[in-house]
Design a protein around this ligand. Structure first.
Ligand SMILES: [Zn+2]
Length: 139
C-alpha cells in the first residue's frame, strides 16, 4: 500500500504532466502539505505574492472545480451535466494512461525533492510531450 505522500506525489505529478502536455508548464509543484488544507499543490502561474502558498492559478479542490465547470457548460446549453462529467472523466483517464510513465518519473522526483519549480519539471518532461513551448509565455 502506498503512503499518503506517495499518493499525493502521483496526484500532483499527474496535474503537472497533463498541464505541460496541454501547453501550460507549471510554475511550481509541491507535496509539502499545508496542515488542514491540502497535501500538495500545483501552481500553473507565478503568483503575484510568492509567500502566498495558494498564489498562482492552481488546480485545488479538483472535484468541485470539475462540477462547477460542468454546471457552467450545461447552463450554456452545450450538453447535460452528467454527459459532460463523463466526457471529462474519459478524457482525463485517457491522458493519464497516455502519460503514465512520465507521471511516475515526476512523482519519483517529487518524493525526493518535495517541491519542483518550472525548470525542474521542464527538465523531466521530454520535448515531444512538453507543448508549453509552442505557445507564447503568458507572463
Ligand atoms: Zn488535484
Amino acid at each position: 500500500m502506498r503512503t499518503r505522500e506517495e499518493v499525493t506525489a502521483f496526484h500532483e505529478s499527474g496535474h503537472a504532466v497533463i498541464a505541460a502536455a496541454q501547453g501550460q508548464m507549471p510554475w511550481k509543484v509541491t507535496i509539502v502539505p499545508i496542515t488542514g488544507v491540502c497535501y500538495g499543490h500545483v501552481s500553473l502561474e507565478r503568483p503575484a505574492n510568492e509567500s502566498d502558498p495558494w498564489g498562482g492559478r492552481g488546480c485545488t479542490r479538483d472535484a468541485a472545480a470539475v462540477r462547477k465547470n460542468a454546471r457552467a457548460l450545461a447552463l450554456s446549453g452545450q450538453r447535460r451535466p452528467l454527459e459532460i462529467l463523463r466526457a471529462i472523466r474519459r478524457e482525463a483517464a485517457k491522458l493519464v494512461e497516455e502519460h503514465w510513465p512520465l507521471i511516475g518519473d515526476l512523482a519519483g522526483e517529487l518524493l525526493k525533492r518535495k517541491t519542483l519549480h518550472r525548470a525542474d519539471v521542464a527538465a523531466i518532461i521530454p520535448p515531444h510531450v512538453n507543448r508549453s513551448c509552442e505557445i507564447p509565455d503568458r507572463q
